[in-house]
Design a protein around this ligand. Sequence first.
Ligand code: UDP
Ligand code: MG
Length: 309
Amino acid sequence: MAVTFSIVAPVFNELESIPELYRRVQAVMSAMSASWELVLVDDGSTDGSTDRILELAKQDKHVRPVIFARNFGHQVAITAGWDYARGDAVVIIDADLQDPPEVIPDLAAKWREGYEVVYAMRAEREGETWFKKTTASLFYRIVHRITDVKIPVDTGDFRLMDRKVVDVLKTMRERYRFPRGMSAWVGFRQVGVPYKRAERFAGTTKYPFNKMLKLALNAITGFSYFPLQLATYFGFASAGVAIIAIPVVGILRMTGSQFFGGQATTLISVLFLGGVQLISLGVIGEYLGRIYDEVKGRPLYIVRQAPEE
Ligand code: UDP
Ligand code: MG
């Protein structure tokens, strides 16, 4: 079946939002008079969202359910969406309606103009805590600064991508994923469309601080060697200090000064360098663990129930 638009929404315990998401996507898409499908990826929900999705799929053939065997995380759910979407254009959207489906026609208009990646930029964020906004803003800027790909700031996963782009992304099977970085990395003609990020329709965020931290680590390690290079910089800096200190201390000793005497100096430098070394070891370990996981080559996700066709 030829489908023009695939709307992909990862769902993790969004029982109350699902009917509203369906209603609004349905309204927007039928007004666009193009063929469409709504791919709902159930990321191991435990609140009955799964049955809700399956019910919807029975009522309306536009809805295609992908049911995971357990929770694999938001990024992996997006990946499954790429895998199962059949459309010429694929739109990733949050299931909690923070990304209003009403923005899709704006994204589609840019796509019709010839852009292959149309990302939605958060011009405003509503109803989120000060902490969430500050950490998110900091996150976007740090990632932008230290990674090699220029990932647009204040941009989430809400975006439309052309079939060509999705086909490339589907071949990138890395385990530690940062989808918005991946979709910037592939190139193509990209453009941003500003939108107002709404409040969650129902429920609470599924992104506690530790998950945000993990995502940040995926972004940094996936797109930069900077943390590994830090050890080299520190090495040069402390070697530099030592080279200057050796003649200085030598001369002070010869002139009878006791300035560098005492255990405190020794203790501090040993602790400092020991700390730097352990941190560097940890950084190497972080990359090594990721390599180990990649080498195992396990499937990214396991599907309990895939769409019928
Ligand atoms: N989500 C998911 N798996 C997870 C966590 C979240 O599929 O392990 C989905 C969630 O249902 C929502 C989207 O990812 O559709 C974004 O999550 P959320 O709204 O909780 O994040 P926030 O907007 O607070 O950053
Ligand atoms: Mg949300």
